[in-house]
Design a protein around this ligand. Structure first.
Ligand code: PLP
Length: 484
């Protein structure tokens, strides 16, 4: 455990070599903090330390040397090795300071325990998000519907988050309805719009997520008709197919933005434009797209859109439905009139704040997609050089981090287990639902036997070249062991 001066700390910050952990209490912290520092009040450190994996040396900063040293000792006992604290500390800090609503956190989502390549299933919560959620969970508690100070604070936080969500998809703030995630947003889109549209038919596609497809039977039972469009071998919905299925009795067309298994990105704008010609509304399940691809609801002519926080470094169990102003809508959850009478229930304020921060960060980081794609292509090339892999999904219109493959004669389920033993987390493109082969691959014309060999790798912002190399090496080893 080292002690460094404030001046040394300043020079380390300048070259971005360290993570700064500010352990001052909330009343001290509010006065201003070092930009990019991670903040866990000393009083909460014992509860929070386990949630952060830091991949650079950690410098503790506080108002008193006593607390800095105690924080260092505690973190040392937790297994952190590269530790120091700065003196005289924040009380005499004369460098850059910033003051904002949410504690700023920058570094530290990397998982030192292995290689995580399952970002399409979920993403690690960004420390900035975690800290904002924590703040609104632990420090604030008002019911946003209350008129007093506590309630007003919650209401303001929700309204800020609404702006951040609206901003990432280019909508108006009042077109965002917070939900409990992508599944609720999808269900609400289908039932909420169809029931109010005065029309009886839904058009969707064969490769949608179960949050859409599982509604088909209940919708039919309720008297709606449903047309399911086929896809081509890349998993792409054809505009011609949609055009011939459309008629004036269609209330809603629901086609996903990008597929969660094979990553194919649909020609949403073209499909939406066609839909509008028949006076129907266009919904897209953009759970895999928001935070990864630039999406503007006006440019793409989308009327209704689903998104989910945990797919882009936000919390699980919180998402949103975008509903273009003027779209007919009948609420699915009724009660207290929250969300402008569109989704009743006391708001999940901490989750909503986390979703807002995640949208804000994802918007700033959209440019990272290029680097992720480069690593995905590197993985693809590495695997191709190893054996005759089959690559699923569209060659160009594909999510940057998605790589869904088959290694002939090697069960996808077995591969996931074998890779897990080697510390690599990915998912089986098939067999996800009770051993049944993927409905997506089957819709693309892949045989049941081949679909059972699918493996999905999904890369994210923490994926490194070394990790990709280790995956290629490990799969090569497994391939030689099991296939030859
Ligand atoms: N839609 C798609 C395309 C998804 O990938 C998922 C989650 O995997 C969902 C909907 C469901 O979202 P959530 O997990 O937030 O309910």
């Amino acid at each position: 455990m080292d002690v460094i001066s404030n001046d040394t700390l300043k020079s380390l910050i300048a070259v971005e070599l360290v993570t700064i952990l500010d352990v001052r209490e909330h009343y001290e912290y509010q006065k201003g903090h070092i930009p990019g520092s991670l903040w866990i009040p000393f009083s909460c450190l014992t509860d929070c330390a386990g949630f952060f994996a830091i991949d650079t040396p950690l410098i503790i900063i506080c108002n008193t040397e006593n607390r800095s040293a105690a924080a260092c000792r505690f973190l040392e006992s937790e297994g952190f090795t590269e530790l120091a604290y700065a003196i005289p500390g924040m009380k005499y800090w004369d460098g850059e300071l910033e003051v904002e609503q949410c504690p700023p956190l920058e570094r530290g989502t990397s998982d030192k325990k292995g290689v995580y390549l399952d970002y399409a299933a979920t993403t690690p919560v960004d420390p900035k998000v975690a800290s904002a959620v924590w703040w609104w969970l632990a420090k604030e508690f008002g019911n946003p519907s209350s008129v007093h100070l506590h309630g007003r604070k919650g209401k303001e936080a929700i309204s800020k988050s609404r702006q951040q969500v609206a901003c990432i998809i280019g909508s108006r703030d009042d077109e965002i309805i917070f939900t409990s995630g992508g599944t609720e947003a999808d269900n609400t889109a289908l039932w909420g719009v169809l029931r109010a549209s005065g029309r009886k038919r839904l058009i969707t596609s064969a490769i949608e997520h179960s949050a859409i497809l599982e509604n088909i039977k209940p919708l039919k039972d309720a008297g709606f008709q449903v047309t399911v469009l086929p896809v081509d071998t890349y998993g792409m919905v054809s505009a011609t197919e949609l055009a011939s299925a459309l008629s004036n009795d269609v209330g809603l067309v629901s086609i996903m933005f990008a597929n969660n298994e094979v990553g194919t990105i649909q020609p949403v704008q073209q499909l939406a434009e066609l839909t509008h010609r028949f006076g129907a509304y266009f919904h897209t399940d953009a759970v895999q797209g928001v935070g990864v691809c630039p999406i503007n609801v006006d440019e793409l002519q989308i009327d209704v859109l689903s998104l989910s926080g945990h797919k882009f470094y936000g919390p699980k169990g919180v998402g949103a439905l975008y509903l273009r102003q003027g779209t007919p809508f009948s609420p699915c959850l009724v009660g207290g009139g929250q969300e402008s009478q569109k989704r009743a229930g006391t708001e999940n304020v901490s989750g909503i704040v986390g979703l807002g921060v995640a949208c804000h960060l994802a918007h700033q980081r959209l440019g990272e997609a290029q680097g992720i794609k480069r690593l995905r292509d590197y993985l693809e090339e590495g695997l191709k050089s190893m054996c005759d892999v089959i690559i699923y999904g569209h060659p160009t219109q594909r999510l940057p981090g998605n790589l869904c493959i088959s290694i002939p004669n090697y069960s996808g389920h077995q591969a996931v287990l074998d890779l897990d033993l080697a510390g690599i987390s990915c998912s089986s493109g098939s067999a996800c639902h009770g051993g049944k082969p993927s409905h997506v691959l089957q819709a693309m014309g892949v045989s049941e036997t081949k679909a059972k060999t699918a493996i999905r790798f999904s890369l994210g912002r923490k994926t490194t070249e070394t990790e990709i190399e280790s995956v290629v090496e490990e799969l090569g080893r497994l391939f030689r062991k099991y296939i030859y």
